[in-house]
Ligand binder design. Structure first.
Ligand SMILES: Nc1ncnc2c1ncn2[C@@H]1O[C@H](COP(=O)(O)OP(=O)(O)O)[C@@H](O)[C@H]1O
Ligand SMILES: [Mg+2]
Length: 246
């Protein structure tokens, strides 16, 4: 049953390319929680994020955002699109200034200039890069670029943040900084975070709930503490103990 706290729900979702790479009967995400999606490479984690974020349609199944069914094969309405945003492993930035990169979506929405400037300043401060506004985005380090991608992603106060291995290319210092930003956003704004990570230690550090993916299925799901200390499925156990690494 879908409780009131459910922000996102998928039902009977399947994705078939040359074969079925993802199949989930029922899955829901609650408001304000951080979810860590783990599992071997090729298990279907990124595919789930792409389906949720309308980057491609599922072969079958339904997706509900805040109780409303999404038209996964038709036009994506802007309000829903702004309600969920994604940050990828490799930051996708325009070769313009940092300020322009963060302002882009706000400008597209037609906000007045002063309002845009004000919001951009707040967003840059939030990610600790207020002094970088005039810098060219392609001159940033990987960690800085990823924080800008995050600032841009949260410009519309999304309810759900989708992260696909956002720290895979970062050094430990920048990983910690990025994780702290995510934790703060979650705490301050109650933003729901769905993060794919290849790093089980990262899931352990920041996720409330962990989902273990294996060959297109979610084998196990539960509180992080439980998944890491006493997983029920032998495959989950092998994975969290580092005995099954692909
Ligand atoms: N566009 C595509 N065409 C064909 N196969 C794909 C495509 N995208 C992903 N796959 C396959 O789907 C499976 C799941 O991929 P993915 O969701 O990226 O896994 P993960 O993120 O867990 O590593 C993999 O076997 C991958 O090769
Ligand atoms: Mg992936």
């Amino acid at each position: 049953m879908a409780g009131n706290n459910v922000v996102l729900r998928v039902e009977g979702i399947s994705k078939v390319y040359d074969r079925e790479v993802l199949h989930i009967e029922k899955l829901s995400f609650e408001k304000g929680k951080i979810y860590g999606l783990i599992g071997p490479s090729g298990a279907g984690k990124s595919t789930l994020l792409r389906l949720i974020n309308f980057l491609e349609p599922p072969t079958a199944g339904r997706i509900f955002f805040k109780g409303r069914e999404l038209d996964v094969r038709g036009r994506v309405d802007l309000k829903t699109q702004r309600g969920m945003t994604m940050v990828f492993q490799k930051p996708v930035l325009f070769k313009t200034s940092v300020r322009e990169n963060v302002a882009y979506g706000l400008r597209a929405r037609g906000l007045p200039k002063e309002e845009i400037n004000k919001r951009v300043a707040v967003l840059l401060e939030k990610v600790g890069l207020e002094s970088f506004a005039g810098r060219r985005a392609d001159s940033l380090s990987g960690g800085e670029a990823q924080r800008i991608a995050l600032a841009r992603a949260i410009a519309f106060d999304p309810g759900v943040l989708l992260l696909d291995e956002p720290t895979a290319n970062l050094d430990p210092h920048n990983i910690e900084m990025f994780e702290n930003l995510i934790l703060n956003l979650n705490k301050e704004k109650g933003i729901t975070v769905i993060m794919v990570t290849h790093n089980i230690f990262q899931a352990r550090r920041i996720a409330h709930e962990v989902l273990f993916f294996y060959e297109g299925h979610i084998i196990e799901k539960g509180p992080a503490q439980k998944i890491f200390s006493s997983p029920e499925d032998p495959r989950t156990r092998a994975f969290v103990e580092g005995r099954m690494v692909y």
